[in-house]
Design a protein around this ligand. Structure first.
Ligand code: OFO
Length: 168
């Protein structure tokens, strides 16, 4: 059985994972219209992962005797100044999600909910992987500069296979 506080915080994470999915979907659609098929494919895949994360939180809350809540999600931005800014935004968002997961782990320790704390460990590990994967993309973009992104767009999915693709 979840404590009220843990259940509430897990429900805020349902919302955040749902928003993550919408955010990456919006970025994917923008990149697709700008002629970056590889980058949009990466972002669509990322959006799917985030939806799966949201579902994992929903099922966990319900399985532990709580009630998962689906709230209205805020609208993600529709346009981006460029590819580098977009991936900077992805990094900031992932850092925000990492901090949010850490907050739930902290509350679980406080509430002595070691079951949920243990369940969250895959998300702690996932966030390390997500941030490293996006940092690798930013490192490459820094090397390339803002022009000649054809090869980057062609290769980005192969970077994914050594990064977040191990996630589901
Ligand atoms: Fe759900 O891991 Fe990214 O946000």
């Amino acid at each position: 059985m979840l404590s009220t506080k843990v259940e509430e915080l897990l429900n805020t994470q349902v919302e955040k994972e749902g928003y993550s999915s919408l955010l990456y979907l919006s970025m994917a659609s923008w990149a697709e219209t700008k002629g970056y098929p590889g980058i949009s494919q990466w972002l669509y895949a990322q959006a799917d992962e985030e939806k799966n994360h949201m579902l994992e939180f929903i099922h966990y809350i319900n399985d532990r005797g709580g009630k998962a809540l689906i709230s209205g999600l805020k609208k993600p931005p529709e346009t981006y100044r460029g590819i580098k800014q977009l991936f900077n935004d992805v990094m900031s968002h992932e850092q925000f999600i990492s901090a949010s997961i850490n907050d739930i782990v902290g509350l679980c320790v406080q509430e002595k909910d070691f079951t949920t704390q243990n369940w969250l460990q895959s998300f702690v590990a996932e966030q390390i992987e997500e941030e490293a994967s996006v940092q690798a993309i930013l490192d490459r973009l820094n090397l390339i500069g803002d022009n000649n992104l054809y090869m980057f767009d062609r290769d980005i999915m192969s970077m994914r296979s050594s990064g977040t693709e191990s996630d589901e």
